[in-house]
Design a protein around this ligand. Sequence first.
Ligand code: FES
Length: 136
Amino acid sequence: MGRPTLLTSVDRVREEGSWLFTVRDRHDATEEAILVPCAEGVEGWINRCTHEPQRLDTGRGVTIRDGEVVCPRHGSHFDACSGACADGPARDTELVGVELAVRHGDVFLIDDGLTFEHEGGIDDGESPSSSSHISF
Ligand code: FES
């Protein structure tokens, strides 16, 4: 288990419907992740569909219907709690999970492979003058 990093509160995820944040992985690459409400509290997933590299939250919140995350590109439905897709082009795949712990209503990142960078998407952490992610 990694060092717990406070992300936000369960109440805030539930009030806003979802919560987008940016993490850094073991290879020093940045990734986006989302928190979504589920029956037991909240769950965390990498912000990427399993069908194509499409962001589930494009910056305007995750679309969730009947407890399922809906991909904005082709409409696959992923169970918000298990990450499993039972419907759509991503059928029989699972979202990549992010390890969390909830204590006293606060949500902590405890994933060994991920370090919290900032709230919001990758672009939200940049200064206005730096705008390129192009790498060679
Ligand atoms: S990119 Fe998500 S269902 Fe196709």
